[in-house]
Design a protein around this ligand. Structure first.
Ligand SMILES: Nc1nc2c(ncn2[C@@H]2O[C@H](COP(=O)(O)OP(=O)(O)O)[C@@H](O)[C@H]2O)c(=O)[nH]1
Ligand SMILES: [Mg+2]
Length: 312
């Protein structure tokens, strides 16, 4: 049962005003000053951030000048190649996630409502689907219904959930889960954490403690993924720095992309956070998680066949 492939088909089903805007802009008409203004506006609306938008535009202007490009549609491929390049630079090669340890630990962190619990469930199901054994740790011991919500995902995915009573020490839950995984020879431990408000330092201390327990148990090689709600756009970034202080982040999962499909956010994550996007959330059900691949992402976003073979 291969439910987690087919990024393009899932993604192409998401209609996006933003993508349409890009397509309309790169139409079959001459380049003009208006074009550059519109492109800048589109990038900013798309959450690329002002700095990134300006940089992309000056690069694209240079390409247009160097190659004496006069028509908008001739620039589209160069634009796609530039965006893909921005993402690939950060994305690196290698595996999407390092899960070479047994057990490998994946911590999901982020503010309330960003999609951590949902993503934990999706990831657990994905790993199971790939033939790996999985345990989930309900380390959000703060919210009353948190463990129940994770258990529901556990049942759906056929994955065991390690939890303790509400209010207990989340580092202890994670410790238990790692011991259970060791005892059973489990491949992956997916840890759902509390939606810490980044201004509450006690909660950040708790997260740092979870990090210490994990490194003590499995070494420094573990994943700490920031779960970012793409609807929050640039506002979601303030949190990244604070989380990164509590625990060194290794990547991002961009959720709720089905609700925005604004491409700029992915570019600004690469530019500002310098963190690779590993997966992208495209809905609320268990299979609505797709591997993030820059070339596919950009070509789907811009309604193109493929940018993998770009020669820019
Ligand atoms: N449309 C959409 N909704 C999502 C996605 N991921 C999570 N959600 C929804 O966002 C809300 C908060 O998710 P939850 O996992 O509880 O967030 P948490 O507080 O970070 O654990 C829930 O209603 C989820 O169904 C996604 O990729 N797309
Ligand atoms: Mg949660």
């Amino acid at each position: 049962m291969a439910i987690f492939n087919g990024f393009m088909s899932k993604f192409r089903n998401i209609t996006s005003k933003w993508s349409l805007g890009v397509s309309n802009l790169f139409s079959d008409s001459p380049l003009s000053d208006g074009f550059w203004d519109e492109l800048e506006e589109l990038l900013i609306i798309g959450d690329a951030g002002i700095e990134t938008a300006e940089r992309l535009i000056s690069e694209l202007r240079q390409i247009a000048a160097d190659r004496r490009i006069a028509h908008r549609d001739e620039l589209k491929k160069a634009f796609a190649g530039m965006l893909t390049g921005c993402l690939e630079e950060i994305q690196g090669m290698g595996r999407p996630l390092d899960i070479s340890n047994t057990p490998s630990v994946i911590l999901l962190v982020g503010v309330n409502g960003s999609g951590k619990t949902t993503t934990a469930g999706k990831l657990a199901a994905m790993f199971k689907d790939e033939g790996r054994s999985v345990i989930m740790a309900a380390a959000d011991t703060y919210r009353a219904a948190a463990a129940e919500q994770l258990k529901a995902w556990g049942e759906r995915a056929g994955v065991r959930v390690v939890s303790q009573t509400r209010g207990s020490d989340s580092a202890a839950v994670v410790y238990d889960a790692i011991q259970a995984a060791r005892a059973a020879g489990t491949d992956v431990v997916v840890v759902d954490t509390a939606g810490r408000l980044h201004s509450k330092s006690n909660l950040m201390d708790e997260l740092a403690k979870v990090g210490r327990v994990v490194s003590r148990e499995v070494g420094d090689k573990f994943e700490a993924l920031l779960v970012l709600d793409s609807v929050m756009g640039q506002n979601g970034f303030i949190q990244a720095e604070v989380f990164n202080k509590a625990i060194p982040l290794t990547g991002v999962i961009l959720t709720k992309f089905d609700s925005t499909a604004k491409g700029g956010i992915a570019i600004s994550i690469a530019q500002k956070l310098k963190l690779p996007i590993r997966y992208i959330g495209l809905g609320e059900s268990v299979s609505d998680l797709a591997l993030f691949e820059p070339g596919e992402f950009i070509s789907a976003l811009l309604g193109m066949e493929s940018t993998n073979d770009n020669d820019d």
